[in-house]
Design a protein around this ligand. Structure first.
Ligand code: DGL
Length: 264
């Protein structure tokens, strides 16, 4: 048996959204060994209370860290990160990177100083996001919009099912109904997976900004200080908590480098 030394990361989301972050991690660190977890049975996070997420996430992540033994944890979910990052960090003794809305870069690059933040209903009403807006986008007009419909559509797309473009157009219509914006912050990791479709139904051109590449750079910088460990001689695996594993889903995870999917 050949054992190789590599950096290992655990990437966590409520579903397939974290794969938009996986894409960036693999682009920057082609050699990284990833374990992926989709909390399928508890999705969507976007309509859960703060109390419910705070009660669930620290213990679940602690168990998953024990099972997968990563060097770092990436909470590839804006809803979880803006709600329970401090509690998750307190529960595990590893670096934990959270994904939060890219409001700062969007405010800097917006020439009209008018941006929309498109997240889940939970994320757009979190205090954390209010603070990001006050700290980094006080000079901007902000349109906030929460959608769980888009989360379902991203899940459908990656399950190989068709997307209703008229329903997608209706989901994002509130972003374009008032002040003329020039930038949309994709404040849910599911949404970059729908980028082509979003562009095709937007009424005019805007910049679409997400946090994926910044998160990959942050992970690379933290892992630079960690000695790579021996990895197990089993394939990179996607673990579906309370979820269904079928052939289409397994093929989809395989396309993101997870040769095995397991339902827990
Ligand atoms: N992908 C998640 C996020 O970034 C949440 C989707 C959901 O379960 O509502 O917010």
């Amino acid at each position: 048996m050949i054992l190789k030394a590599k950096h290992k990361a655990l990437v966590f989301d409520s579903g397939v959204g974290g794969l938009s972050v996986v894409r960036e991690l693999r682009r920057l660190m082609p050699d990284i060994y990833l374990s992926y977890v989709a909390d399928d049975g508890f999705r969507p996070y976007g309509n859960k209370t703060e109390a419910a997420l705070k009660a669930r996430l620290p213990g679940l992540i602690q168990t998953l860290v024990f099972a997968t033994q990563p060097d770092i944890v990436v909470i590839a979910c804006n809803t979880a990160s803006t709600t329970a990052l401090a509690e998750i960090r307190a529960a595990v003794k590893l670096p934990v990177i959270g994904v939060v809305p890219a409001i700062k870069p969007a405010a800097l690059s917006s020439s009209r100083k008018a941006i929309a933040v498109l997240g889940t209903p939970g994320t757009v009403k979190r205090k954390y996001v209010g603070k990001l807006i006050r700290d980094f986008a006080a000079n901007c007009q902000i349109v906030l919009h929460g959608s769980t419909g888009l989360v379902d559509m991203a899940e459908r797309k990656l399950a190989g099912l068709p997307i209703d473009l008229e329903a997608l157009r209706a989901e994002i219509q509130p972003l374009f109904a008032g002040v003329r914006i020039d930038t949309v912050v994709l404040a849910c990791t599911h949404f970059p997976l729908l980028l082509d479709e979003l562009k095709s139904v937007a009424p005019y051109d805007v910049s679409w900004v997400d946090s994926g590449s910044a998160i990959a750079k942050r992970a690379q910088s933290i892992l630079g200080d960690v000695r790579p460990g021996i990895i197990p001689d089993w394939p990179q695996t996607a673990l579906l908590v309370g979820g269904q594993d079928d052939e289409t889903r397994a093929e989809m995870f395989a396309a993101f480098g997870f040769a095995k999917t397991v339902s827990l």
